[in-house]
Write a new protein. Structure first.
Length: 62
């Protein structure tokens, strides 16, 4: 049986400088359409950050 990936919905990658990484993705992979930029507090991630609530930034681009 051959299994084929039909698509990818989203990929999340944690980085320390989202603006710098967005520029890298734009220059190297052509992801140059910024659909949205969001900042929030990632309180649901505290179990992974020693109970320290961190700020998060998210970009969605094509």
């Amino acid at each position: 049986m051959v299994e084929i990936i039909n698509g990818i919905q989203q990929i999340g990658i944690g980085v320390s400088d989202v603006k710098k990484v967005f520029n890298w993705y734009r220059n190297h992979l052509g992801f140059d359409i910024l659909l949205f930029e969001d900042e929030a507090v990632a309180s649901l991630m505290s179990q992974y950050t020693n109970n320290k609530v961190e700020k998060r930034e998210a970009y969605l681009s094509l």
